[in-house]
Design a binder for this molecule. Structure first.
Ligand SMILES: NC(=O)c1ccc[n+]([C@@H]2O[C@H](COP(=O)([O-])OP(=O)(O)OC[C@H]3O[C@@H](n4cnc5c(N)ncnc54)[C@H](OP(=O)(O)O)[C@@H]3O)[C@@H](O)[C@H]2O)c1
Length: 204
């Protein structure tokens, strides 16, 4: 909606093309969106956004690993919710690397900068252009330039404010907040509980 070129990746080209068509229809105005296999999507993108269930994180990254290019940014949105292994969405599983973001960083080539972002934003808000994204975005990375690129992308989303939330290690805390938001969703019977940071006037 903000004019960026978007490529939807999937394990299946047909599903990717179908998802891209659905997004174009939902937008209700001309948008630059197409569908490709995960491998081809990664080879063509500047910023790669990973949104798979936690149990698929390693397998997905290993599949696309040869497609990464120097200077790319990988944004990890995946959260290690217990649901990925048959448990509750209100809890996370322990990740040996510390967090899903750090696990992603441990498997992608070193030339790729890993950023944590959007983990606390409900897909219910993002998929419906008539809804305002009433949620802030905590952005963590060890690469300040990559963080800046993602903070600029957050500015494209009306209603969302991006905050530099420090090093990639802070993903451990950010990912836990998602489980808490799911718990609030259940308690208050909503689908889009979100997060607002107050007291900082210079949000990026
Ligand atoms: N939904 C939300 O509101 C939300 C908010 C914040 C964070 N997150 C996190 O974002 C991630 C994705 O959430 P989601 O709700 O979009 O999940 P989802 O709908 O279950 O999965 C997203 C996509 O991942 C691919 N996938 C599923 N299983 C896979 C497998 N075993 N191996 C490889 N790819 C697989 C599928 O794409 P193809 O079949 O087309 O390959 C699927 O369409 C999760 O880690 C979640 O915790 C979600």
């Amino acid at each position: 909606m903000a004019g960026h070129q978007v490529i939807v990746g999937s394990r299946s080209l047909d599903r990717a093309v179908e998802a891209a068509k659905m997004i174009a229809q939902t937008a209700g105005r001309p948008v630059r969106v197409s569908g490709l296999t995960n491998e081809n999507a990664v080879s063509q993108a500047d910023v790669v956004v990973l949104t798979v269930p936690f149990t698929a994180l390693l397998e997905t990254l290993k599949t696309v690993k040869p497609s990464f290019k120097p200077g790319q940014v990988l944004v990890n949105v995946s959260v290690p919710l217990e649901t990925a292994v048959g448990g509750r969405a209100t809890r996370t599983v322990g990740v040996w690397a510390g967090s899903a973001g750090e696990l992603a960083a441990s498997v992608v080539p070193k030339m790729v900068s890993v950023v944590t972002a959007f983990n606390n934003v409900s897909a219910e808000l993002l998929k419906d252009p008539s809804k305002r994204v009433d949620c802030d975005v905590l952005v963590c990375s060890n690469d300040d330039n990559a963080k800046r690129i993602v903070l600029d992308l957050v500015k494209s989303i009306e209603g969302a404010h991006g905050f530099d939330a420090g090093a990639l290690e802070n993903s451990r805390t950010v990912e836990q907040i998602t489980a808490l938001l799911v718990s609030l969703n259940i308690r208050y019977k909503v689908k889009n509980a979100g997060l607002r940071i107050t007291g900082i006037s210079h949000a990026s």
